[in-house]
Design a protein around this ligand. Structure first.
Ligand SMILES: NC(=O)c1ccc[n+]([C@@H]2O[C@H](COP(=O)([O-])OP(=O)(O)OC[C@H]3O[C@@H](n4cnc5c(N)ncnc54)[C@H](O)[C@@H]3O)[C@@H](O)[C@H]2O)c1
Length: 314
């Protein structure tokens, strides 16, 4: 592979929905030329509006320097306009046939050595690259929503992904101030969504079993362990929970009770009854607060939290 992460100057953003627009704002903030391709012409206006809204926040967290984008992301409905990009971030709908078809079309247009990173949440890199002409340059680069605010990017190689592709993608994301992790073995949901799903499975189980209400479960996470999870992960949390003896003490003395709790955890089904309980619980929890207000408060607090973490070396 001839390209280096430092030489990447332009990025093709394929699919301009929720995730694509946010990536485009991040690329622009870091001084890259972003070319957003989407077959839906209405996305052009959405792109401009998204970048205008995200920009003050990007400045606040130190990702953007200029008052307005030096290189505003461009929009196109013609894939051929991506001919000269140095890197592709693919964000089309999460269906294998759409991913494969998109890659086939892209390979007609972009250079052979251009890395294609897929944002997929639930597909495997090996499946996405299976029919590609140059599968070695394809990997999963999975962000959390919204990628311009949440720094994590999970990198996953498929069976055919080359080590050079992984190294280049990792160096590129790090250049954008992303925090990268490598998934060592392909697994549906990578790491972050597997962890989220494990927690959500038990949250739904507790509602279904009448153990606690929707709002008390949310309160428990947000005012209890969730506060620590934003700062250190579960392994370090139990390490500190073991006191002077650290994780070793925790595993020896409290490990057995952990195993008892694991055995007690549930596997709920999303029956209509359970769905109704969840919907009623969320409606009650939200009360007068509308979704936009909640999302704006969450994002504003997230920005401050990121700054706080930086200040404390976390
Ligand atoms: N939504 C999330 O929270 C989230 C988080 C991380 C990763 N992802 C992943 O990101 C990807 C995109 O998800 P999203 O939530 O942005 O979806 P979305 O539905 O918001 O956007 C998809 C976009 O792709 C466009 N599109 C459809 N067919 C296309 C094609 N053939 N070529 C190019 N564009 C096409 C659509 O017009 C739309 O704008 C998925 O793989 C998803 O798993 C989503």
């Amino acid at each position: 592979m001839r390209r280096s992460a430092e030489s990447i100057g332009s990025v093709g953003v394929v699919g301009g929905g929720l995730i694509g627009l946010s990536w485009a704002a991040l690329f622009a903030a870091r001084g890259l030329e972003a070319v957003v391709y989407d077959p839906e012409p209405a996305v052009e206006e959405e792109l401009a509006a998204f970048v205008a809204t995200a920009w003050p926040t990007l400045r606040e967290i130190g990702l953007a320097e200029a008052e307005t984008p030096v290189l505003a992301p461009r929009f196109t409905t013609e894939l051929a306009d991506l001919a000269s990009v140095d890197f592709v971030q693919e964000n089309v709908p999460d269906r294998i046939e759409i991913k494969r078809q998109t890659i086939a079309l892209l390979e007609e247009v972009i250079g052979e050595d251009v890395v294609i990173a897929s944002s997929t949440s639930s597909l495997l890199a090996s499946d996405i690259q299976a029919e590609a002409k140059h599968p070695g340059r394809i990997l999963v680069g999975h962000p959390m929503n919204p990628p311009h605010l949440v720094p994590l990017v999970e990198l996953v190689a498929g069976e055919a992904t080359s080590p050079e592709t992984m190294d280049l993608a990792e160096a590129f994301y790090q250049r954008l101030d992303r925090i990268t992790v490598r998934v060592k073995k392909e697994a549906v949901g990578h790491i972050a969504n597997r962890l989220s799903s494990a927690l959500y499975r038990e949250a739904v189980h507790m509602v279904a079993e009448g153990i606690a209400s929707v709002s008390d479960i949310d309160k428990t996470v947000a005012y209890g362990p969730g506060l620590r999870w934003a700062l250190i992960g579960p392994h370090l949390m139990y390490h500190l929970g073991g006191g002077k003896g650290g994780l070793r003490h925790y595993l020896e003395h409290l490990g057995p009770t952990q195993e008892v709790r694991w055995r007690e955890l549930g596997t709920p089904s999303l029956t209509q009854e359970v769905k109704d309980l969840l919907l009623a619980g969320v409606a009650e929890e939200l009360q007068e607060q509308d979704d936009e207000t909640l999302a704006a408060r969450r994002d504003a607090a997230l920005v401050e939290l990121l700054r706080t973490k930086q200040r404390h070396g976390l």
